[in-house]
Write a protein that binds this ligand. Structure first.
Ligand code: HEC
Ligand code: HEC
Length: 329
């Protein structure tokens, strides 16, 4: 792991080189655009919860442990499975007692760079997020006191917590800090798209390149799905049918937040079906159909949203591009 001061040094050394390289790449627009999609070199960890290897290992163990749920049958990984983009493949999530959550499980990819979590952004940090699934009756339905006692009775956990948190022991906050540290390491793998961004022209087909041009141009996707992880980190009403779930409005009570949900990153998107906060769209074709349709007329509709009009070739190109944001399993 690279320490922050070494990172500064690295950036200081590389910056002039990068500028030189950029000047030499006379292509102009495409090179400039590609630069906006370059992956960051290191993971940002907060000062309040710095990385250690032992902490991440403890977090990983907790993440995959069904004992975190009341009935010891559901772990974080039940709803966030690596093989399917850290989601669960269900329309909406299923928790303790088979209860249906009202929303679709989100991906955990690249969250080290996110500062508004959950579909409505009601929690700012990975540390503070852990409490929600742990205690929600339709997720893990756990009693925190019972959980800490259960973990303390396990000598492996008792030892690991004593090593990682010598002064604090087993508490909700230390459980959360360990899990959050593991989660920050859940990063999308380097994809064909990344290799192209780094200059390998052969990494993308001509069709996928045309798709990227549509994505950042005429189709307007990059108005919201921007940057290397394909999200602006903001909340938008994209015109899905209205339901009881008013999204960000629920806690902000701002009219403009009605039906606004977090822009998901698009890495690993081909394996993350079904789509949207309510899991209502079964395929990427259906997603494109949505963006091509007439949106309901309501004042909360995002200003960045416009109806797209693509012919068949263009649709295929856009889909080919989206597929390059993943690697084979
Ligand atoms: C029963 C299924 C289920 C379980 C178990 C579960 N989650 Fe989730 N997870 C969800 C759903 C559904 C959402 C979206 C909830 C919302 O927006 O209200 C979500 C959202 C998240 C997010 C926010 C992602 C983002 O982009 O903002 C994080 C982080 C997360 N879960 C981590 C965890 C951790 C850590 C655990 C274990 C302690 C866990 N989840 C257990 C279903 C689950
Ligand atoms: C106005 C901002 C905006 C624009 C423009 C936009 N999106 Fe989105 N996109 C979002 C938001 C917000 C969501 C989540 C909406 C929800 O669940 O209610 C989303 C969801 C998605 C999803 C589902 C992701 C998931 O995890 O379920 C895909 C795929 C997607 N968009 C692709 C595209 C493509 C392709 C385009 C261009 C044709 C596009 N988007 C244009 C904001 C936008």
């Amino acid at each position: 792991m690279i320490r922050p001061f070494r990172l500064c040094l690295l950036v200081a050394l590389l910056l002039p080189l990068l500028t030189l390289a950029r000047g030499m790449a006379a292509e102009g627009d495409t090179a400039e655009l590609r630069n906006q999609y370059r992956r960051p070199a290191t993971i940002p960890y907060p000062n309040t919860n710095p990385y250690t290897e032992a902490k991440a290992a403890l977090g990983q163990r907790l993440f995959f442990d069904p004992r975190l749920s009341r009935d010891n049958d559901i772990s974080c990984a039940t709803c966030h499975q690596q093989a399917i983009g850290w989601e669960d493949g269900q329309k909406t999530a299923v928790g303790t007692d088979g209860l249906r959550h009202e929303r679709h499980a989100q991906t955990l990819l690249d969250l080290a760079w996110s500062n508004a979590l959950l579909w409505d952004g009601r929690t700012p940090t990975l540390e503070s997020q852990v409490w929600f699934p742990l205690t929600a009756h339709d997720e893990m339905a756990q009693d925190v006191r019972e959980l800490t006692e259960e973990l303390a009775a396990d000598s492996g956990y008792a030892e690991a917590f004593a090593t990682v948190f010598p002064d604090r022991g087993i508490r909700l906050i230390t459980i959360s800090e360990a899990i959050a540290t593991f989660e920050r390491q859940i990063i999308s793998p380097v994809s064909a798209f990344d290799r192209w961004v780094e200059g390998d022209e052969s990494a993308l087909s001509e069709q996928a390149k045309a798709g990227f041009e549509l994505f950042t141009g005429k189709a307007g996707c990059a108005a919201c799905h921007s940057g290397w992880n394909f999200t602006d980190g903001r909340f938008h009403d994209i015109g899905l049918p209205a339901s009881e779930d008013t999204g960000r409005y629920r806690f902000s009570r701002n009219d403009s937040d009605r039906y606004a949900f977090k822009t998901p990153g698009l890495r690993g998107i081909t394996r993350r079906a079904p789509y949207m906060h309510d899991g209502s769209l079964p395929s990427l074709e259906a997603v494109l159909d949505h963006f091509s349709s007439n949106f309901p007329q309501r004042t909360s509709l995002s200003a960045q949203l416009s109806r797209i009009s693509l012919n068949d070739n263009e649709r295929q190109a856009l889909l080919a591009f989206l597929a390059t944001l993943d690697t084979a399993p």
